[in-house]
Write a protein that binds this ligand. Structure first.
Ligand code: ATP
Length: 691
């Protein structure tokens, strides 16, 4: 038996034990679930004890991971003191609570990523175990000490991982995380961590693994969607979306920037000059004006007040409200007061107020153009929500007599009360309402209280309460009435928790591209959050992108920063990276590439369409011609990668926007193996220049 086969068999034994243990945990979880249900139906729930809950959730996650072809166990560490343990996607213990597998996020697993021959941290051998489902298919060892270790096999696991076939989605790198990546993943949660690095240095991978790590280290704090990951586009979030479930994490919110405002999903970007205008902070002022402006279709006359008078009145309402911090959607009462003052105390009809001072949504103020909001509109909608304030429930339209009766303020019933009105017969009030929920009219004899109580009890029963007796009391207007005694006390109305987008950690990918308005939108969601900011200034394409990290961090409303840099590229082969670096903005260090091989071909052609027809791979073209060439628009490829890239007409990419050169740099750094450049026009000068 060869050494490799022997070692594979040893690891297979361990993996088999892990899967067997998993089955036991799953059975336990099913039993616990059933027990939990029994307890709940037997009476007041005592809740599951913490251990039970843990088994349940671990089992649920294990079921998720079952489908993972990469396997649960991927590493092994042998220490100089003879200790050995396995590292995996989740921690699993045997029946005696001894660890079978250590969770990759646990402190004990850190040496798996940190140990080097120079600083072995007590590790004599690191082994990477490759599984397909429950089957071990490969082992790969690295010896970290001078001492003799038995059974060393295999080649560089990182290289193997980099050259493995890729699908449409990003795959996690949990078994081959590199030391500096690990340091970024495990950086403390508090404060702001900025992780920089050139294209393909693993920034996105680090961001996603960091989300999983934070949840592991402080699930109590971050669980239930308290971690938000923001990516540049829906294409991108779809591309990376599978990594987190693969790591056992599903409670992280993953959103494209165009999806941050509830109810709108925007994918289209505006042209650079429009994006520049919409991304600028002066928009706050513009939107404030719009929010207070006369709404379209507002009536132009009220009694003797004409359009001019109404416009002045509107300004007056705004002035008074702004002085007291009242937002437009909370200003209707003030509007009624101002108009009433102008009309010598006259009551302002609700119908007029509804039309003249309607409750506005951001979408009312900023309607979609051509039926579609752009990504650049989203921060504006979000800003408008802030400016307009929550809509205040509009007062229902009341009849004349009710308005008179309520002019000293609506009187609300505290509880159910049955009273007699000369006009309406018996009337039944309900808690919290100013008008009766039922009127008997002449159907009940006004002198027959007993019949009235039976009538009222039937209605109250429909409302979900049983009447067991009646006592004397008063209705909301101080008239004498009868109060029902209910079988159980009335439930206290629960104030619904406002669902707020408040996060405790926000991770921003491709953060170099955020405009000041986008920063404000994120800052609102991150007011109480620590942050991880990930990006590369060399790939900044937004016309208003910040020029430095401290500047961006300031725009996000934060100050202290922990800076970490990832120096090594794992995507782009050196030959392509060197060529791409010609388009790199001055002052930014090119990335050193770890990936071997790669080819670069540049071809001047007569006709793009014919040339493309002869190519295979992913065609990336300037936005203006992408559709006609059936190509991916260059504005959509940020963060993505493809094996073979055919890049079309670089000169047009550069010319299309103010930061066209950065856009070109992004496009040049997408290829994992081959880059072909096709052009009919002369190449941009920097690309042609020999260096
Ligand atoms: N430690 C690693 N082991 C294996 N593969 C890795 C490792 N680090 C990065 N990679 C691979 O390198 C590629 C680039 O990673 P990623 O997309 O995270 O880089 P990035 O810095 O976000 O790039 P960009 O700036 O272009 O968005 C991916 O295919 C990723 O899986």
């Amino acid at each position: 038996m060869s050494e490799t086969v022997r070692q594979l068999a040893i690891e297979q034994q361990v993996v088999d034990r892990v899967y067997a243990r998993l089955e036991v945990m799953r059975t336990q979880a099913r039993e616990l679930e059933a027990e939990g249900r029994d307890r709940a139906s037997a009476g007041p729930s005592t809740g599951l004890v913490e251990r039970d809950a843990m088994v349940l959730s671990a089992s649920a996650r294990l079921s998720d991971l079952d489908g993972q072809e990469e396997g649960l166990v991927f590493g092994r560490l042998d220490f100089d003191d003879g200790d050995t343990y396995r590292v995996g996607r989740l921690g699993v213990r045997d029946e005696n609570r001894e660890p079978l597998v250590v969770d990759w996020r646990a402190p004990a697993a850190a040496p798996f990523y940190r140990a080097t021959p120079g600083e072995p941290l007590g590790v004599v051998r690191r082994r990477i175990i490759t599984c397909q489902g429950p089957t071990v298919v490969g082992v790969d060892d690295e010896v970290l000490s001078a001492g003799d270790v038995d059974g060393v096999v295999g080649e560089g696991a990182l290289l193997a991982s980099l050259t493995r076939a890729r699908g449409l989605h990003m795959r996690d790198i949990v078994s081959t995380i590199q030391r500096e990546q690990d340091e970024a993943i495990r950086a403390p949660a508090h404060g702001v961590t900025v992780i920089t690095g050139g294209p393909g240095t693993g920034k996105t991978q680090v961001a996603l693994h960091r989300a999983a790590y934070l949840l592991y280290t402080d699930r109590g704090k971050f669980a239930d969607g308290r971690v938000l990951v923001v990516g540049p586009s829906t294409v991108f979030t779809e591309y990376i979306g599978r990594v987190l479930p693969g790591l056992g994490e599903d409670s992280v919110h993953l959103r494209a920037i165009g999806e941050l405002f509830d109810g709108v999903v925007a994918t289209r970007r505006d042209r650079a000059e429009v994006a520049r205008a919409k991304g600028d902070l002066t928009m706050v002022r513009v939107l404030t004006e719009l929010a207070w402006d006369t709404p379209p279709n507002a009536p132009g006359r009220l009694g003797r007040l004409d359009a001019d008078d109404l416009a002045k009145a509107r300004l007056d309402v705004r002035r008074r409200c702004e002085a007291r911090g009242i937002k437009p959607n909370g200003a209707r009462a003030e509007a009624a007061t101002v108009l009433s003052e102008l009309l010598s105390g006259r009551e302002i009809p609700a119908a007029f107020l509804n039309a003249w001072w309607p409750m506005l949504t951001p979408q009312d103020v900023l309607p979609a153009q051509d039926g579609q909001w752009s990504v650049d509109d989203v921060p504006l909608l979000d800003e408008l929500a802030e400016i307009l304030g929550e809509p205040v429930a509009s007062t229902p339209v009341r009849t004349g007599w009710q308005v008179r009766e309520l002019s000293s303020g609506p009187r609300l019933a505290d509880e159910f009360v049955l009273s007699l009105s000369l006009n309406d017969g018996w009337q039944l009030f309900a808690p919290g309402l100013s008008t009766p929920i039922a009127l008997s009219g002449q159907s009940l004899d006004s002198g027959n209280a007993w019949a009235a109580q039976r009538w009222a009890a039937a209605i109250i029963l429909r409302e979900g309460h049983e009447v067991v007796g009646w006592t004397d009391g008063f209705d909301p207007y101080g008239e004498e009435g009868y109060l029902p005694e209910l079988a159980e006390p009335l439930p206290v109305a629960e104030v619904a928790d406002p669902v707020e987008d408040v996060y405790l950690h926000v991770i921003l990918d491709e953060a170099q591209d955020l405009s000041p308005m986008e920063c404000r939108m994120i800052a609102r969601r991150a007011a109480h959050a620590s942050m991880t900011i990930v990006g590369d200034l060399g790939q900044a394409t937004h016309p208003l992108a910040a020029g430095s990290w401290p500047e961006l961090v300031k725009q996000l409303g934060k100050r202290e920063v922990r800076m970490l840099d990832l120096p090594t590229g794992y995507r782009v082969p050196q030959v392509i990276a060197d060529f791409a670096a010609r388009a790199l903005a001055p002052g930014i260090e090119p990335t050193r590439s770890f990936r071997p091989g790669g080819t670069l071909t540049i071809r001047q052609v007569d006709d793009l369409r014919t040339a493309i027809a002869e190519e295979r791979g992913t065609i990336i073209a300037p936005d203006a011609i992408a559709d006609s060439l059936d190509a991916v628009p260059v504005s959509q490829v940020k963060g993505l990668e493809y094996d073979r890239v055919v890049l079309v007409e670089p000169a047009d990419i550069v010319a299309a926007e103010p930061r066209g050169m950065n856009r070109l740099y992004v496009a040049l750094t997408r290829a994992v193996a081959e880059l072909v450049i096709l052009h009919t026009k002369p190449l941009p000068e920097v690309l042609g220049a020999e260096r």
